[in-house]
Write a protein that binds this ligand. Sequence first.
Ligand SMILES: [Zn+2]
Length: 292
Amino acid sequence: MKIGIDIGGTNVRAGLVDIEGRVVDRVSAKTPSNEEPERLIELIISLCGQLGQAESVGIGAPGLIDHLNGIVRISPNLPKWRDVPLKALLELKLARPVKVANDVNSIAWGEFLFGAGIGSKDMLVITLGTGLGGALILDGKLHLGKSHMAGELGHSTFIKNGLSCPCGKRGCVEQYVAKNAIIRIAREKNPELKEVDPEIVAKAGHKGEKWAIEVYEEIGDNLARVLGGVIQLLNPDRIIVGGQISKAGELLFSPLRRAIINEIQPALRETFEIKKSALGNDAGIIGAAFLT
Ligand SMILES: [Zn+2]
């Protein structure tokens, strides 16, 4: 048995994972986001204790992570964390091997081994939620890049001098394909809306409301433009889309598949599949448990 832990903005979720990638037991607790690192480290030790015997522990954490040394450099959800040697600290206390990776990389690894990525060799995984996260698996391995930031598509430029982004620059892709974009476009299409979030728009779309269908068409179009470049560059066999917004299903995937055809050269059209994540919220736990 292995333990996989997913440190999210709201909750820390830990699971005991068997050799076939099944979560057989799970515990969770609120993320002590604004506290000193010691607090979260104690929490992780306590969650591991509750799950019982396991040969190893893997952790997926948001932000910039040094995968090789298991150091959390900076994390948007953990403002007091800076260069925390999480792997070394936990190995000392747990007396078991510990691996630490970026959360989207953990999700990608989980999908690759046990989910929508089974049988793939070169794939891109994106998570669509508050932002756009990305991770690459190339030749069957997680591709980290020079500073372990490979796959971070969300902050490449979509529109020059466009909308400002929390990362500090303007016009980032995630402002045009993720949560804020859905809310903004929905308000443009339907100014009568009082409350709006991606789920409300998806629900209206599934009921056949035209404005809501058009919102997801625009998101699919924008996403296709971004993914087209990735397909031309990497010639992947699979693109997996996960995260809260992927739950819209065909409302998002149909326009995305339609639009992507026009973003790539004809010879590439039949070379890849676009799939919805198969493991949902467990992908991060499962992938973290199997980090190598
Ligand atoms: Zn940005």
